[in-house]
Design a binder for this molecule. Structure first.
Ligand SMILES: Nc1ncnc2c1ncn2[C@@H]1O[C@H](COP(=O)(O)OP(=O)(O)O)[C@@H](O)[C@H]1O
Ligand SMILES: [Mg+2]
Length: 274
């Protein structure tokens, strides 16, 4: 895993929001990757401790879009975009808004040519696009999974080769799930509420059915989530679009009105304790 991560980090040139590799060490037991230390904790712990305003969410989202665009233009699909893989470079302070760093390229995949089609069930439930979830169940009569807990990361090759998905568009869906969490303090479709109550494979199948049959907004209404601005709703509609071909591209995200909302000149350190 460290070898794969080191290779992706060297393929993608350095980026301010991508964890910086310092050195690779080969010991008698393993290969060690020494990385920049990010002392501010994960975005998950930040969101649990602070209220994230739309301005701050937009400030974070800009950084995530930039690093994802950087990886995709380096022909690397990230494949595990989630709150736990986004770190705060330093401890949050009142004077400056947090800077984010994406870590963990252990499940990233490089591609050659124009297409980035995958058939592997990889990523983290709750952040998975319907096409990735479907890769779990394709060709099987009964749903099967290696899932051991609802929040753990999964990687498994689909038993069907006929159904592939665009890994870049799967990254975009996961970015949408992350934005949904920042704005609503919940993953889309109430996954974090129902998954702990179900066996892992049933939770995945339930999520797949919800993603295929309902929009995130239907689910948000059913869970009584707080309203957000019309522009944020429209962007979530496009990030969490079931059809990967119609799901928004990074180029179009950058043109979206919510992405281009004016942010306070003094920065976005407007988050208060939750
Ligand atoms: N460069 C880093 N600086 C600080 N904490 C880190 C760093 N890299 C990882 N961590 C912490 O370790 C956790 C797991 O690391 P990660 O690279 O995501 O490995 P994996 O998910 O494969 O176990 C992260 O969620 C984060 O809390
Ligand atoms: Mg991780």
């Amino acid at each position: 895993m460290a070898q794969r991560e080191a290779s992706h980090l060297s393929q993608a040139a350095q980026h301010v929001s991508l964890v910086r590799p310092y050195s690779v060490r080969l010991t008698p037991d393993n290969l060690q990757l020494v990385l920049q230390h990010c002392s501010g904790g994960t975005l998950e712990s930040y969101c649990k401790q602070h209220r994230v305003s739309e301005d701050l969410a937009c400030f974070f989202f800009h950084q995530l879009v930039a690093v994802l665009e950087h990886l995709h233009s380096s022909k690397i699909a990230y494949r595990d975009m989630k709150l736990q893989n986004v770190l705060l470079r330093s401890k949050p302070s009142r004077s400056s808004p947090p800077r984010l760093v994406l870590c963990d390229l252990g499940t990233a995949k490089a591609w050659t040519g124009q297409q980035m089609r995958c058939e592997t069930f990889v990523g983290t439930p709750g952040f998975m696009a319907p096409q990735v979830l479907a890769s779990m169940f394709n060709g099987l009569n009964t749903p099967r999974t290696d899932a051991s807990s609802d929040s753990s990361q999964h990687s498994r090759t689909s038993q069907s080769s006929s159904n592939t998905y665009d890994a870049r568009k799967a990254d975009i869906w996961a970015l949408g799930a992350l934005l949904h969490y920042m704005l609503h303090r919940q993953l889309p479709y109430g996954y974090d509420s129902f998954a702990p109550l179900l066996p892992p494979q049933e939770a995945l199948l339930t999520l797949l059915q919800l993603e295929n049959q309902h929009t995130w907004k239907d689910a948000a209404g059913a869970h009584g989530l707080q309203p957000i601005s019309a522009e944020a709703q429209d962007l979530l509609d496009q990030l969490l679009h079931q059809d990967e071909q119609q799901r928004i591209s990074i180029r179009r995200i950058k043109l979206h009105p919510w992405f281009n909302r004016p942010l306070p000149a003094h920065g976005c350190a407007s988050s208060s304790s939750a």
